[in-house]
Design a protein around this ligand. Structure first.
Ligand code: MN
Length: 500
């Protein structure tokens, strides 16, 4: 994945002319100091760009229009150092198409008890200036994150950093292209949805390509390229005997390398950021792509199996958000349960396609039979996932809106080694426990496919959902089924009435 450093968030400070040039000079200096502090924090992955202090409706309108048109600008950080009468912001906010975070801070952390006078009070008025700004945002129904606290506080910088990562994922989705090889798995409901509405809402386009086009690309791959990639596999993974040269499945591995190279070439030529496959449409392919998908995901591509383009786009967004962070992100599926009342948990996996970014150690490369699809035995990476906090996220098309559901989970080691399980696997306990976690998930209509991440938290997902202006439901330690049901009922009503 490319770094996020080439992206910019613009720091827009609001004020007015009432206080005179001396005060405005000080406002500009203080804002510049905050920008420098944020850039030096190491917690914000994009460049924070200082913009001249805004004191007129025209200046505000201009900066909003400029932000819309700046290709690397992911959004604004807004802050009212002094009072900034908010009617000045109406025209700008009306045209602003980039997301923004409202930083409710002030330059000084502490009140200077001995020296405070009215000049100081007039200069440092965010406490009421930001309330005036908040009013106009709420009055206009503007979606935004509000971050409250001193700008030098690490936890505040971290919150801004999280928002900039969500805004970067949003930026990435605008004009993003998703390729579908084949359609949905037949008769499946949850992976369906309105692709036109998704493009209007999220900014990415989803288009189908005949598997034959992919096969053509695969057939262009020569044997020297295959040799090179197979040796990369041998260096990077613990290759099982059957997949080594002279082994019974060596040709399957070479075919896999060919599929990976062809798929990569197809996706690169088309400028795609995410893709789907389906085992029901493999015409001309000798295997269901397994290892290829695992490795493409590790390089930042979004993926959804069985034609699941919503999850593919979600995994891509989560990968952008997690750029450079510790921990991996993968396509995942709730597969089977351990229902022992002493400790109920989920075994998550997929037929093949789990991203190696979540592997706890060097993955094993094995070749096994695949019961469905009717194709040759596909090679795949087999590994476990490190213990610790993680999340599962899903996006659903509810007919009149998109809904995101996030369940915080704790990854735990399997109780025993699972020697016969031929796929990558993760074991987790949903929060607050499997009974309530899975119960709430099912009441919300959450899918069996998810984006799984050990790099990002539910705050990232909530920020992303806020920017996308979609429904967001969190299942965490505080979830109670009776309260969750009420939230679902109230949201149902809200989305019938809301035109925002
Ligand atoms: Mn599946």
């Amino acid at each position: 994945m490319e770094t996020l450093k080439k992206l910019e968030v613009w720091f827009a400070t609001g004020s007015q002319h009432l206080y005179g040039p001396e005060t405005l000079k000080q406002v500009a200096e203080n804002s510049q100091a905050i920008v420098n502090g944020l850039n030096k924090s190491g917690l914000i992955p994009v460049n924070v760009i200082f913009k001249p202090v805004l004191t007129t409706p025209d200046a505000i309108n201009t900066i909003c229009l400029e932000a819309n048109n700046a290709p690397n600008c992911i959004g604004l950080i807004t802050w009212m150092h002094t009072f900034s009468p908010a009617k000045m912001w109406i025209a700008g906010l009306k045209v602003l198409q980039k997301p923004f975070v409202h930083l409710h801070t002030q330059f000084n952390r502490d009140i200077p008890w001995d020296s405070i006078d009215m000049d100081f009070m007039n200069l440092n008025q965010a406490a009421h200036g930001d309330r005036e700004f908040g009013f106009i945002c709420s009055r206009m129904g503007k979606k935004r994150k509000v971050v409250v606290g001193h700008w030098q506080d690490e936890s505040i910088q971290k919150k801004i950093g999280i928002w900039t990562r969500a805004a970067s994922a949003w930026h990435d989705a605008q004009g993003g292209k998703i390729a579908r090889f084949g359609d949905n798995m037949r008769e499946v409901a949850v992976t369906e949805g309105d692709k036109v509405e998704a493009q209007i809402r999220f900014g990415y386009s989803v288009n189908g390509y005949g598997v034959g086009e992919l096969v053509n690309e695969i057939n262009l791959i020569g044997s020297s390229e295959i040799d090179k990639l197979v040796s990369e596999y041998e260096n990077k993974y613990v290759v099982a005997a059957e997949a080594k040269k002279g082994g019974a499945k060596y040709e399957n591995l070479r075919e896999t390398a060919k599929i990976e190279l062809g798929m990569r070439s197809f996706l690169e030529k088309g400028g795609f950021k995410a893709f789907t496959t389906t085992f029901e449409d493999l015409h001309g392919l000798k295997q269901l792509p397994g290892l290829a998908v695992q490795r493409l995901m590790a390089d930042g591509y979004g993926f959804g199996a069985e034609g699941d383009w919503k999850t593919s786009a979600l995994v891509r967004a989560m990968k952008v958000m997690s750029t450079g962070l510790k921990g991996g992100t993968s396509f995942m599926e709730d597969y089977t349960y351990h229902m022992n009342p002493a400790g109920m948990k989920v075994l998550g996996a997929h037929m093949l396609e789990v991203c190696e970014s979540i592997a706890e150690s060097k993955p094993k490369l094995e070749v096994h039979k695949l019961g469905i699809g009717g194709k040759d035995d596909p090679p795949r990476l087999v590994f476990g996932v490190p213990s610790g906090p993680a999340l599962n996220a899903t996006i659903l098309d509810m007919g009149n809106r998109f809904r995101m559901v996030v369940n915080e989970v704790t990854v735990v080691p399997p109780e025993k080694p699972l020697p016969k399980l031929p796929v990558a696997r993760a074991m987790w306990i949903p929060k607050p426990n499997l009974e309530i976690g899975a119960g709430a998930w099912i009441l919300a209509g959450g899918a069996h496919h998810t984006g799984f991440s050990q790099a990002i938290t539910s705050e990232y997902m909530e920020d992303f959902a806020e920017i996308a202006n979609i429904e967001f439901l969190l299942i965490d330690d505080s979830t109670k089924i009776s309260e969750f049901k009420k939230e679902l009922r109230w949201n149902e009503l809200y989305y019938q009435l809301s035109c925002r």
